[in-house]
Design a binder for this molecule. Structure first.
Ligand SMILES: [Zn+2]
Length: 476
C-alpha cells in the first residue's frame, strides 16, 4: 500500500510540475491574451455607466449617501469608560429602496469573543517569555466591545437589530424609500483600552508617574456603513488592521470630560467662552494672528500643576463639523496645547498640537510647524485645505488619521534628548497623518478594500512635503 501511495504521489507531483511548466510556457507566448507590458488597460477599469462616466467624472446619476450625527459623549476618566447616545439621520440619496441599514461597531474588535486574534496568529514563537505567555494565554481577555443599551426609532420604539462581530444590521419596519431619510438613536458604552498594549488606534496611555491618562479617541461610536452603486452595502468586517469606508455627513457633538482636561476634536468649537479661561481666550486671539511661531494656549507649567489634581467637576465641549466622514477627539489633563495660523488660499487655518510634557522639547519645537508646512505643501500641489484647523496629537507608537485630527509618535528620552531618527521620524509621521486629511478624509476612498489608494497618494505627497519642510530635513 505504501509503495503504491508513493508511486501515485510521485505521478501526481510530476503531472503537476508538467502542467505548471506548460502554463508558464503559455504565458510567455503571445497567444490569446495580450501580455504586453504596454497593453491598454481597458480590462482594468469598470464599464462606464450612468453613475460613473468613462472620463472618470461622476455620471448624471451619481450619488452619495449622507449620515448626520447628533451625539452626547461622556468620558469617565476614573474608570476609563466612555458612554454615548447618538441620533443618526440617514439620507437615502440612492435610487434604491433600502430594507435595512448597516452600522459599523469597530470597538467589537476588542470584545471578549472577537475573532480578530485568530487572524493575527503568527504561531507560537520558539522561545516565549513567561510573562508574554501568561499575557497571551492565561489572562482573561480585555472586555472592550460595545454594550448596546438600545436602538430606537424617532418615536422611541425599539428597532430590531442583529450584530455580526463588528457589523450591526438594523432592521427597519418599512423600507427607506429612495430620496427619503430616517432618524434613529443608539445608546452605548464600552471600556476604553490601553492603546500602548496592542497598538490599538484608539484608547488611552497611562502615565504611572502622575497617575493620569491621555486619551486619543476614534472609531468610538456606531457609524453608518457605506451604500453605493458599486458595492451596495459595504459591510466588510473590521479586523483591526483595515481602515474605513464611511459616508460624509454633519456632526453635532457634545463631549463631557473632567473640568481640568484640555480637549480638541473634529469640528468647530461652539462654546469656547464656556470652556476656555480668560487667559486661554487672550492667548487664542494672539495665536490667530501668529503666522511664524506657535502660541501656547495651555503651558507645560499649567499642565504640571493640573497633573497633581483630579477635578470632580466636568465640562462639556460642544462641536459642529460639516461634511466630514468621521469624528475623533483627544483629551487629558496632561495635554499642553499650542497653535499658529497658516494662510491657505486666502483663508486662515489653525495648525494645532496637543502633547504631554513627555513629548517635550521636541513637540513644542516642531509639531505645529510640521502641521503648518504640510498644509501649505499639500494645498499647493493638490487643492486648498478646506477645514479651519488641523491638529497633531502626541500618542506613543501611534500614527493614525481622522478628519482635522491625527495621532503621532516621536518621544524623546526621559532626559529630553533625542536622536535624528526620532526627530525626523516624528516630522514624517506628522506630515503623513496630517496629509491623510486630503486622502482619504476629503477624497473619500474605500480604505477597507483599497488601502493603496489613499496610502499611495499620501506617501507620494509626503515625500514632496518632506523636501519642502526646510533645509534641515534629511532622510534618516
Ligand atoms: Zn497612511
Amino acid at each position: 500500500m505504501k509503495v503504491k501511495f508513493y508511486l501515485s504521489a510521485f505521478f501526481f507531483a510530476f503531472a503537476a510540475l508538467a502542467w505548471a511548466q506548460e502554463e508558464a510556457e503559455q504565458t510567455r507566448k503571445p497567444g490569446h491574451t495580450n501580455q504586453s507590458k504596454f497593453r491598454q488597460l481597458y480590462q482594468e477599469f469598470a464599464t462606464p455607466n450612468t453613475y460613473r462616466s468613462a472620463s472618470g467624472t461622476p455620471g448624471p446619476d451619481y450619488y452619495q449617501q449622507q449620515a448626520d450625527y447628533k451625539m452626547d459623549i461622556v468620558l469617565d476618566d476614573k474608570n476609563a469608560r466612555i458612554d454615548g447616545e447618538e441620533t443618526i439621520t440617514y439620507h437615502n440619496n440612492s435610487p434604491d429602496d433600502l430594507e435595512y441599514l448597516w452600522v459599523q461597531l469597530d470597538q467589537n474588535v476588542r470584545s471578549k469573543d472577537s475573532k480578530s486574534p485568530l487572524r493575527d496568529g503568527g504561531g507560537v514563537p520558539l522561545a516565549y517569555r513567561t510573562a508574554s505567555f501568561a499575557g497571551d494565554y492565561l489572562t482573561e481577555p480585555f472586555d472592550g466591545g460595545f454594550n448596546i443599551e438600545f436602538v430606537k426609532d424617532a418615536q422611541g420604539k425599539s428597532l430590531d437589530y442583529t450584530i455580526n462581530q463588528t457589523m450591526m444590521r438594523v432592521n427597519i419596519p418599512q423600507a427607506l424609500k429612495s430620496g427619503e431619510k430616517i432618524s434613529f438613536s443608539i445608546k452605548w458604552w464600552y471600556n476604553i483600552p490601553d492603546h500602548t498594549v496592542n497598538r490599538a488606534r484608539s484608547g488611552y496611555e497611562y502615565f504611572p508617574e502622575d497617575g493620569n491618562r491621555a486619551y486619543v479617541i476614534a472609531q468610538f461610536f456606531p457609524r453608518m456603513a457605506v451604500y453605493s452603486d458599486v458595492e451596495g452595502w459595504q459591510n466588510h468586517q473590521f479586523w483591526g488592521s483595515g481602515e474605513f469606508a464611511l459616508p460624509f455627513g454633519n456632526y453635532d457633538v457634545n463631549i463631557t470630560v473632567p473640568a481640568d482636561h484640555t480637549l480638541d476634536a473634529t469640528g468647530v468649537l461652539l462654546n469656547r467662552k464656556e470652556v476656555f479661561s480668560k487667559e486661554m481666550l487672550s492667548r487664542y486671539e494672539k495665536a490667530k494672528k501668529s503666522y511664524d511661531t506657535p502660541v501656547m494656549i495651555v503651558t507645560q507649567e499649567e499642565v504640571e500643576a493640573a497633573e497633581k489634581g483630579f477635578s470632580e467637576n466636568t465640562k462639556t465641549w460642544k462641536f459642529r463639523a460639516e461634511n466630514v466622514r468621521d469624528y475623533g477627539f483627544a483629551t487629558s489633563r496632561k495635554f499642553i496645547w499650542d497653535m499658529m495660523a497658516v494662510k491657505i488660499g486666502g483663508k486662515d487655518v489653525m495648525a494645532v498640537s496637543l502633547y504631554p510634557k513627555e513629548g517635550n522639547p521636541l513637540w513644542e519645537d516642531l509639531s505645529t510647524k510640521a502641521v503648518a508646512s504640510t498644509l501649505k505643501t499639500y494645498s499647493s500641489h493638490t487643492f486648498d485645505y478646506p477645514y479651519h484647523k488641523a491638529i497633531s496629537v502626541h500618542a506613543k507608537n501611534q500614527g493614525m488619521e481622522y478628519p482635522m485630527i491625527c495621532w503621532n509618535y516621536g518621544r524623546p528620552n526621559e532626559d529630553g534628548t533625542y536622536s535624528d531618527r526620532v526627530k525626523f521620524g516624528m516630522i514624517s509621521v506628522i506630515i503623513h497623518e496630517v496629509g491623510h486629511n486630503f486622502f482619504p478624509m476629503i477624497v473619500n476612498s474605500d480604505e477597507r478594500q483599497w488601502g493603496w489608494m489613499d496610502e499611495g497618494l499620501d506617501t507620494f505627497m509626503q515625500y514632496l512635503a518632506e523636501q519642502e519642510f526646510g533645509e534641515t530635513y534629511s532622510e534618516v
